[in-house]
Ligand binder design. Structure first.
Ligand code: ADP
Ligand code: MG
Length: 245
């Protein structure tokens, strides 16, 4: 029987984007396979967030295509709106709604009747170990607890792919490793593939199945973390990884 490769949860082909004549994303292509975390790793200003924002649909690309589960969701003439892309978002500045309870925050993007929404909210809050805070408000929670609720909220509508832009940068060091591990476990359990943006090599090494190393608007190397770490493409990549110990 022929071996067929899995359909990527997310595929982007040759995405480009300029601001005021300055091209900051110069033809980025990558795939995220089911069950995997792909990490877009690169220094500040290299175009990571712009790439993620185009996939999310909050920024329009100049050229290139975006596919979810093999279906075209955006090119230069066709565009599925952000809320219909089956994409979950966790961005640095995506805070919880302060005036809504934990339950209301998680239920926010959900459709359906009251009972099914409540069941999904409880299921997710239990998965992120926040079940007993269901009626709390964001200001009553610690940073780590808010992060767990934000993860539950992003997962509630069962996105096919989760986009995370430096989601752990607001957490203090003591918490960060634990939250990273817990987040990965919940994402795997929910069968959500992940495209994670970070400028920290250590975070990519810890979390990624696949790393796409980005620089000046282009992916310069892609592969398993171990391979990239051991065979960096050039001196600048070596320098970039040298702060890992
Ligand atoms: P990263 O997330 O890798 O730090 P960004 O994608 O945020 O990089 O930014 C890449 C480049 O594009 C930066 O030079 C940034 O200043 C520029 N840029 C991003 N968004 C805009 C915008 N809306 N208008 C003008 N320049 C922008
Ligand atoms: Mg950024």
């Amino acid at each position: 029987m022929p071996h067929t490769a899995p359909i990527p949860r997310l595929e982007i082909r040759n995405l480009t984007r300029s601001f005021e004549g300055n091209q900051v994303v110069k033809g980025v292509s990558l795939k995220v396979l089911p069950g995997q975390v792909t990490c877009l790793l690169g220094p500040s200003g290299c175009g990571k967030s712009t790439t993620l924002r185009m996939i999310a649909g909050v920024e329009m690309q100049d050229s290139g295509e975006i596919y979810v589960d093999g279906n075209l969701i955006c090119d230069t003439v066709f565009r599925v709106p952000p809320e219909r892309r089956s994409i979950g978002l966790m961005f640095q500045d995506f805070a919880l709604f302060p005036h809504l309870s934990v339950a209301e925050n998680v239920a926010f993007g959900l459709k359906g009747d009251k009972d099914s929404k409540r069941a999904r909210v409880e299921e997710l809050l239990n998965k992120v170990a926040m079940g007993r805070y269901i009626d709390s408000y964001p200001h009553e929670l610690s940073g780590g607890e808010q992060q767990r609720v934000a993860l539950a909220r992003a997962l509630a509508p069962k996105p096919r792919i989760m986009l995370m832009d430096e989601p752990f940068s607001g957490l203090d060091n003591r918490l960060r490793d634990d939250i990273r591990d817990e987040t990965l476990a919940v994402l795997k359990d929910e069968d959500t593939a992940v495209l994670l943006v970070t400028h920290e090599p250590e975070e990519a090494m810890r979390m990624a199945d696949e790393i796409a190393l980005m620089r000046d608007g282009l992916i310069v190397q892609q592969g398993a973390p171990y391979n990239i770490y051991n065979n960096p493409v050039d001196k600048r990549a070596v320098a970039f990884f040298s702060d890992i110990n």
